[in-house]
Design a protein around this ligand. Structure first.
Ligand code: MN
Length: 269
């Protein structure tokens, strides 16, 4: 008998089962994306560095003489705005690597695993994730899965409605949680993750410039063809393990990053 890949007798496959569970609401789709508005918090580099633009919609027609049956806008936005994916070429250590259009799509879908440091961060906004935290997580939950996106839960998304709270800056700089240089190096060189996700404005600590090397998550991950995604929301809706993440940057040819819609599939059975 010929193999029939269209499966007309309705034999369950992993994908038909998944779509049925989605339709029944037993697998839920969680939106991890920060909505894009002109008020969405953005990185503010100090002088003399150059900043990107924020997001605006520019109305071009709105059911009027410019377009009587339709409404449409131009979008203006920096690559690194809102929930966005950093590509290797963003950083000097990854300058020979992939641009944002070149990320292998297989690396953009994978297991999402969560390390929850929100209690530590609420006591110390400058909290740094260390190798020992990852090792402790692995003793409980197993080795970080190959191709995973490690989501660093800090509770920081509760400040995403207010840029000054979100950036938490004072005379000594921005105070937001991050990752030590040793831990960033370990994630880049010793783990098999595809990417690293954060709730903060960038993948490094607010004080990342003071570390050695400066901005070590950028330095090591992007220099090792691992990717970053920022400004995630609703991370508290994810289980520690077992979710699937879908990270969808636009294929901007030559781009160093792209705003992205980031979704997770969570089995609620
Ligand atoms: Mn970025």
């Amino acid at each position: 008998m010929l193999m029939n890949t269209s499966n007309p007798i309705g034999e369950a496959t992993v994908l038909t089962e998944l779509t049925a569970l989605l339709a029944e609401g037993r697998v839920k789709v969680i939106d991890l994306t920060t909505p894009l508005t002109p008020q969405t918090p953005a990185l503010r580099l100090p002088a003399p560095f150059s900043n990107l633009i924020d997001f605006t919609l520019e109305e071009v027609a709105s059911y009027d003489a410019r377009g009587p049956l339709w409404s449409h806008n131009n979008i203006h936005i920096g690559e690194h705005f809102g929930t966005h994916v950093d590509a290797p070429v963003h950083w000097i250590s990854g300058q020979e690597g992939h641009d944002i259009s070149q990320l292998p799509v297989e690396r953009l879908v994978g297991p999402a695993v969560v390390i929850d440091m929100s209690a530590e961060v609420s006591a110390n906004p400058d909290f740094m994730l260390e190798i020992e935290h990852i090792k402790k997580w692995e003793r409980i939950h197993g080795t970080l899965p190959r191709g995973a996106w490690l989501i660093y839960r800090t509770g920081w998304d509760r400040f995403a409605h207010d840029e000054s709270l979100f950036l938490n800056s004072d005379d000594t700089g921005s105070h937001t949680p991050g990752v030590s240089a040793a831990c960033a190096k370990w994630l880049a060189e010793e783990s098999n993750i595809s990417g690293f996700g954060v709730e903060t404005v960038g993948i490094d600590a607010g004080k990342g410039f003071d570390l050695d090397p400066p901005f070590p998550v950028h330095h090591y991950l992007l220099g090792n063809d691992k990717y970053g995604v920022t400004s995630l929301k609703n991370v508290s809706a994810l289980p520690t393990t077992g979710a699937v993440i879908i990270v969808s940057p636009l294929p901007l040819v030559g781009g160093t990053a792209s705003p992205a819609r980031v979704l997770a599939l969570v089995d609620t059975r």
